[in-house]
Design a protein around this ligand. Structure first.
Ligand code: HEM
Ligand code: HEM
Length: 175
């Protein structure tokens, strides 16, 4: 029986964990400073966010083709369901956050420049209504995402160090 995720998924999980956490802090730092750091953080926020979008698309394709190990048999069905729904919510957040960011800037009429002369096309028409909807949504989802990650981290550590049931090992980089 499969006990670990595919190696490529395990690597992508930890690379994305670092990137997503960095993005939450870069975003929060960016909106709370008016010094030259604001522009520096913003110039990191856009390319890293788009990189997350690309990585999550690759990750979903690999996950669909390689599957996942079974959760421990002694976990009650509602707990398993909750775990699966929370993972779906994590995937949805990793997809939605960059798309909302990109959409928000498109609606504001600001080109999304990624540096090195790379500029993304707009995904929405210039619209004050869209901007007014997406800007608070990006913020709200960011903080919901942060809470979700804290819960996910707590559950992962609980499995690894209290239940010791192999779930943490399933995503570990070690075989
Ligand atoms: C996983 C990806 C992303 C995460 C976790 C994230 C997170 C955040 C956070 C935490 C903030 C601060 C929210 C606040 O307190 O107002 C923020 C702001 C912002 N983000 Fe993102 N972001 C992501 C992707 C993107 C992308 C790809 C873009 C654009 C291409 C973008 C554009 C913006 C903009 C323009 C703001 C400032 C909004 C404002 O002034 O209120 N974000 N982001
Ligand atoms: C930004 C941070 C993180 C994100 C976005 C994230 C996302 C995810 C997602 C979407 C899955 C589901 C994999 C699948 O079934 O396809 C997963 C699995 C997992 N993650 Fe994370 N993760 C993060 C950080 C962490 C951390 C810090 C830990 C450490 C405790 C952790 C431990 C685990 C474990 C143990 C699994 C396997 C669950 C299972 O076997 O079903 N993750 N993660």
């Amino acid at each position: 029986m499969k006990t670990q995720f595919a190696l490529s998924l395990r690597i992508i999980h930890w690379v994305m964990a670092v990137l997503v956490l960095a993005m939450l802090f870069i975003g929060a730092g960016m909106v709370s400073t008016v010094t030259e750091w604001h522009l520096t953080l913003f110039s990191w926020h856009k390319p890293i966010g788009i990189l997350i979008l690309v990585l999550v698309l690759v990750r979903i394709a690999v996950r669909l083709s390689t599957g996942a190990p079974e959760l421990p048999a002694d976990l009650k069905p509602p707990v398993k369901l909750f775990a699966k729904l929370s993972h779906l919510a994590l995937y949805a957040s990793m997809l939605a956050m960059p798309l909302i960011g990109w959409g928000m800037l498109s609606a504001a009429g600001t080109p999304v420049s990624l540096g090195a002369g790379l500029v993304l096309p707009p995904i929405l028409p210039v619209s004050a209504e869209w901007f007014a909807f997406l800007r608070p949504l990006h913020r709200l989802l960011a903080y919901a995402f942060f809470l979700l990650i804290l819960g996910h981290l707590t559950a992962g550590l609980y499995h690894g160090f209290v239940r010791r049931d192999g779930v943490l090992k399933s995503i570990s980089l070690k075989r």
